[in-house]
Design a protein around this ligand. Structure first.
Ligand code: FMN
Length: 395
């Protein structure tokens, strides 16, 4: 997969989640494997130019965290241009522009999702950035402000003309927040609007099957995953393996089949069903969670790292089975030792839900995850993936 001059190891992307997609989490995801490019939380272009300490903490990285894009927000063309040049001089792989943030303060200043409503102005800002740097400049947007203003296809086309290297598109409008179903047809309209650049689909991808459906039905070149990675940092590796098994399957079928119409298309062959990697075990989830905490402590210090981890650990616990005993106590930890004590007590308490082989008894297993755009219309599964608490309520 290529974005401008950048060659990526896969077409799977970690979406920015302000407050969550920091260096420790990115390292966790990369160590598991499968991700092609990660992006930082959004960073204020002006703060970066003013050498603000917090802005520099947001772009903290290390060699194991490459390739990395930094997401900028701002609406002053000169600041966005100079911040992009600064990031290039710091050797980041690419710069992403936030065109989806709905926070009033950002929008009133013409940044975030307000950029989707001012096509000419936004294209001119992008042109200024693109001419200032050699690294790719990408844009992340929603389908539009609301259903009556689905500007993403027009904006994507205008940005391609201005030199943007790729478009990340969350298949919802700003007005929709995180409600309703991700609109695959809306993503497809953006794919069809551009001539040559890759469009990367985003929204509610929480399983490998959902990633495949988004790729198949929209024609997008890649998939970007946010909350799904928090549920399940293995999602990139599993999705990559799943997608590769289809490619192998198609190759296999085309080599063995005399009839070209048998190639691709069907999802029913045994190979394809078996290609779904198994869910990580409890022990593996615990191992990765502990690694995540160690990295939080390394990067932020023991007390701040543990405090920040209070909102992270419950995401791992969502797949532990019964977990209220864990969640109740983990939100109080402020040391590594305290965390391990909570974990040991919980692991003992959890044994009551296991069978003789040490597996969760079926009735205590968490239900399978189903993306919004893969649910049966009359499905009784829960309506939405939870939106983690963060500095903003709706993105
Ligand atoms: C807590 C939170 C923080 C977010 N922060 C950002 C951000 O900094 N920049 C951005 O472009 N999008 C941000 N988003 C939007 C996500 O990148 C993504 O587009 C959205 O969550 C849909 O994808 P998902 O269903 O895979 O999570 C954020 C979303 C959430 C829930």
């Amino acid at each position: 997969m290529r974005i401008g001059s950048l060659t990526l190891p896969s077409n799977l992307f970690l979406s920015p989640l302000a407050g969550y997609t920091n260096l420790p989490f990115r390292i966790v995801v990369r160590e598991i494997g499968g991700v092609g490019l990660c992006t930082t939380d959004l960073v204020n272009a002006r703060s970066l130019l003013e050498k603000n300490k917090n802005a520099f903490k947001l772009i903290e990285t290390r060699p194991a965290d490459a390739p990395l894009a930094v997401q900028l927000f701002g609406s002053v063309p000169e600041e966005m241009r100079d911040a992009a040049a600064k990031l290039e001089s710091l050797r980041f792989a690419s710069v992403d522009i936030n065109m989806g943030c709905p926070v009033r303060k950002v929008c009133n200043a013409g940044g975030g999702s307000a950029m989707m409503t001012e096509l000419a102005q936004t294209a001119s800002l992008v042109r200024g950035m693109v001419t200032a740097v050699k690294i790719p400049v990408t844009a992340k947007m929603r389908l539009g402000w609301d259903d009556d203003n689905l500007t993403a296809p027009d904006l994507a086309r205008a940005l391609e003309d201005a030199g943007i290297a790729a478009i990340f598109i969350h298949g919802r409008t700003r007005q929709q927040g995180f409600g309703g179903t991700v609109n695959l047809a809306g993503i497809r309209a953006v794919v069809q609007a551009v001539k040559n650049i890759p469009v990367i689909g985003n929204g509610d991808v929480i399983t490998p099957q959902a990633a495949k459906k988004m790729l198949d039905e929209t024609g997008c070149a890649g998939v970007s995953i946010g909350r799904g990675a928090f549920y399940n940092p293995w999602i990139f590796r599993h999705t990559l393996e799943y997608l590769q098994s289809f490619r192998r399957g198609e190759l296999h079928e085309s080599q063995n089949s005399q009839t070209p119409d048998k190639v691709g298309g069907s999802c029913n062959s045994p190979l394809r069903e078996n290609a779904l990697p198994p869910e990580p075990t409890f022990a593996e989830r615990v191992r990765v969670m502990c690694r995540h905490l160690d990295l939080m402590i390394e990067v932020f210090g023991e007390e701040p790292g543990c405090r920040m981890f209070r909102k992270v650990a419950p995401w791992y616990a969502k797949r532990f089975g019964p977990c209220h005993e864990f969640n109740k106590r983990v939100v109080q930890v402020s040391t590594r030792a305290g965390f391990h004590e909570v974990l040991e007590n919980y692991t003992r308490w959890r044994q009551q839900f296991l069978d003789a082989t040490g597996e969760l008894q079926p009735r205590f297993r968490p239900p399978p995850l189903v993306a919004s755009f893969m649910r049966e219309p009359a499905s009784t599964t829960r309506e939405q993936i939870p939106v983690p608490k963060g500095p903003v309520e709706v993105w």
